[in-house]
Write a protein that binds this ligand. Structure first.
Ligand code: NAD
Length: 264
């Protein structure tokens, strides 16, 4: 079977460079194009420190897709860039694997229409790390047995959105699984601002510090006990088995599919 032809958008970013390395090392796929706003004309393999790949960084996504005949696009850019990228690529019939966070319900609705029109599937994962997916599943299980729950996420200081897509998705899945069980939290008379963002009755807190990559705690409280489920991302390689799995599976999906658990 021929290799899956992959284009990486945001290729020079922290995640993009990991994807470039992972795709180059994986069986059955091939990096055919790299798009970014920086390092234009440079070989992406050299930038990723794996030696020249013969793939130059380009700025124009549509041109890059046409020239490379890419079949699967992987996007790790920015919340304010992802929709424009998908509006350009999906109508060209390219299946998309989206790691960029910050997509809202209105965006998903538009993506469903785009995907239906072109027939190109779109896979979105707020978190490609298997441990994070398990954390979300365990949290949905635990929430049925506790009255109180809060989420604290920790990310590096340059992350531009807060709270993280993972924290929001965790809280939303927990809210659905709780079936009304969670107690409404009484607010303090003073200092409500420091109580985090409400997702139903769950409060979500975002910490931004250098030295962290992506970490999250889900904490439950009940009579005389607490339960903490914690996931730590040590480095960005943790996301790559999930990304390469998505590259392999995305063309077999239909429409817009959200969450790594859907393809594991
Ligand atoms: P980064 O800032 O290091 O990299 C982003 C790259 O995208 C940069 O090189 C930038 O030049 C490029 N870029 C920006 N706009 C672009 C455009 N319009 N076209 C092409 N390239 C463009 O950021 P990062 O840490 O690599 O994270 C990227 C995204 O991935 C963020 O949204 C982050 O939250 C998300 N993320 C998701 C996961 C996951 O598992 N889903 C994990 C980590 C990070």
């Amino acid at each position: 079977m021929s290799n899956i032809r992959v284009i990486v958008v945001g290729a020079c970013g922290k995640m993009g460079l990991e994807v470039v390395k992972a795709v180059s090392a994986a069986d059955g796929m091939e990096l055919v194009a790299a798009v970014d706003l920086i390092n234009l004309g440079e070989d992406i393999g050299t930038i990723a420190s794996i030696g020249p790949l013969g793939v130059e960084v380009q700025r124009d996504l549509v041109e890059a897709i046409k020239r490379s005949k890419a079949q699967v696009l992987v996007d790790f850019t920015r919340p304010d860039a992802i929709m424009a990228n998908l509006r350009a690529a999906v109508p060209m019939g390219v299946a998309a694997v989206v790691g960029t966070t910050g997509l809202e319900e209105a965006h998903l609705a538009e993506l469903r229409t785009l995907s239906a029109k072109s027939g190109a599937p779109i896979f979105i994962a707020p978190n490609f790390a298997i441990g994070a997916v398990l954390m979300m599943q365990f949290a949905q299980q635990a929430v049925r047995h506790f009255d109180y729950a809060e989420v604290i996420e920790f990310h590096h200081e340059k992350k531009i959105d807060a709270p993280s897509g993972t924290a929001l998705r965790t809280a939303e899945l927990m809210r659905a699984a709780a079936g009304g069980r969670l107690a409404e939290q009484g607010m303090p008379e003073l200092g409500e601002d420091s109580r985090g963002m409400p997702v139903g009755h769950i409060r979500v807190h975002a910490v931004r510090l250098p030295g962290t990559v992506a970490n999250q705690e889900v904490i439950f409280g009940g009579l005389g006990q607490t339960l903490t489920i914690r996931h730590d991302t040590i480095n960005r390689e943790s996301f790559m088995p999930g990304v390469t799995l998505a590259i392999r599976k995305v063309r077999g999906l239909e429409g817009v599919v959200v969450g790594l658990e859907q393809i594991m």
